[in-house]
Design a protein around this ligand. Sequence first.
Ligand code: ATP
Ligand code: MG
Length: 179
Amino acid sequence: MVEGSGKRTRPNILVTGTPGTGKTTLSSSLAEATQLRHINVGDLVKEKNLHDGWDDELDCFVLNEDLVCDELEDVMEEGGNIVDYHGCDFFPERWFDCVVVLQTGNTVLYDRLSRRGYNEAKLSNNVECEIFQVLLEEAKESYPEDRVVAMKSDTIEDISRNIATLTDWVRNWSSPAQS
Ligand SMILES: Nc1ncnc2c1ncn2[C@@H]1O[C@H](COP(=O)(O)OP(=O)(O)OP(=O)(O)O)[C@@H](O)[C@H]1O
Ligand SMILES: [Mg+2]
């Protein structure tokens, strides 16, 4: 039994991966298909000021891990959430029943991120992060291996397949405490 999951009647899913791999695209469609709640952590951090200011070098907010975890604790305990973030090592392990790591081929990812207008440093940082499978390693280190699943996210067909797989998984999920 996964400790702490006993009270949930619906599962919590973490969708992680390098920026641009399609976390928000997948999470919002999956939320629609399953009626789970999509939590985009980046947006939440901005909306509720859960950060310690702006990092000029990395060109993003410095997320405050404690504030984010405090903010999410109650809804996570309730269950039924899809959490969308490009990091996964600071969330409590007990929160998630499934950790999805999206993966995109280097050239596809490079093109996606250049379309966003990322500068050269940010582009190569992110593509390197993908090449070295940083998020997959982080997920495997932070969660039991049988809860971590890598999914390819190069094409629209990949998105549809991933949504179908995960929708089935959600339908068949029952709380470990009840089985
Ligand atoms: N599997 C896919 N096939 C084709 N295009 C995709 C796929 N996944 C995402 N995209 C496109 O790539 C872009 C980035 O996707 P999205 O914003 O969902 O990524 P993200 O992982 O949420 O990024 P970030 O970490 O920066 O929030 C979007 O324009 C989206 O339409
Ligand atoms: Mg996103």
